[in-house]
Write a protein that binds this ligand. Structure first.
Ligand code: SF4
Ligand code: SF4
Ligand code: FES
Length: 261
């Protein structure tokens, strides 16, 4: 029989959640702390739901419910992304047990690159506008049934599938030193989507327009290739490969354009 002792983990009944709050887009942020009952396997969203139902700070002051955004609750929509203990990630897949094994307080902040709507809820519209700017879609003629699309070779599928997992969460933009609220750089997610649609058998009809959109200010030349983006992507998208691939496409496009002027 094993002589190993099975020490019972210390059980903590509550955890302190510190939230950086902001009442509206241009107002000053402030911090509030909340004491939340712990349950094993609870995620940050569950803690926020408790706070919303019991909006009282650790010093007993009644306050307004904390606001956040979420959708799928399974790390697919990207809406619940925030900065948790200093790291950008999805709050639906962030577990209290892992973030605070020894009952350390947990800090929650909104992403810093997008405007705050309220508290932890940010407006990611700039990201969607940039996707529109580079025509990140497969153009189809009408909404009627067009039948099966052209076949895509297995090796091409293996490149496309990881890129298609992007959920526009904004983690790569939060980590990027070149992506700033004042700047115009589109960031790694948008460049990677250009790669995805430029390689698609139908999507590539817009390839030149996408590369043209990435040639100017805010485009490829703004990337300093530090690689912070790839470190934080929750979908492990090969963003540096995408940036290099689109840069090669842009160079060939410029050469072709020069000789066909
Ligand atoms: S490589 Fe660096 S500068 Fe370029 S998108 Fe990624 S984090 Fe931003
Ligand atoms: S590339 Fe990754 S980090 Fe960036 S928006 Fe897409 S899923 Fe999020
Ligand atoms: S709620 Fe959709 S990713 Fe978290």
């Amino acid at each position: 029989m094993s002589s190993k002792s099975h020490a019972k983990p210390v059980e903590h009944k509550t955890v302190i959640i510190r939230v950086k709050r902001q009442d509206k887009r241009d107002s000053q942020p402030y911090w509030e702390s909340f004491e939340v009952p712990r349950r094993s396997n609870m995620n940050i969203i569950s803690a926020l739901q408790y706070i919303a139902a019991n909006p009282k700070t650790t010093d007993g002051k009644a306050t307004t419910p904390v606001v956040w955004d979420s959708g799928c609750l399974e790390e697919v929509c990207g809406a619940c992304t925030m900065v948790i203990n200093g790291h950008v990630r999805q709050s639906c897949s962030s577990l209290i047990d892992k973030l605070s094994p020894d009952n350390e307080p947990i800090t929650l902040e909104p992403m810093s690159k997008f405007p705050v709507v309220r508290d932890l809820w940010v407006d990611r519209q700039r990201l969607f506008d940039d996707l529109r700017k580079v025509k990140a879609w497969v153009p189809i003629d009408g909404t009627h049934d067009l039948g099966a699309g052209p076949p895509i070779a297995q090796d091409q599928q293996e490149i496309a599938y990881p890129l298609s997992r992007c959920m526009s969460c904004g983690c790569c933009l939060e980590a990027c030193p070149q992506y700033t609220p004042e700047g115009s750089f589109v960031g790694a997610a948008v460049i990677s989507q250009v790669r995805l649609f430029n390689e698609h058998p139908i999507g590539k009809v817009l390839k030149d327009e996408r590369l043209e959109a990435l040639k100017g200010p805010g485009g490829l030349s703004d990337c300093s290739k530090a690689g912070n983006c790839v470190e934080v992507c929750p979908k492990e998208i090969p963003l540096m490969e995408s940036i290099a691939a689109v840069q090669r496409q842009a160079t060939l496009y410029s050469i072709r354009k020069f000789f066909t002027k």
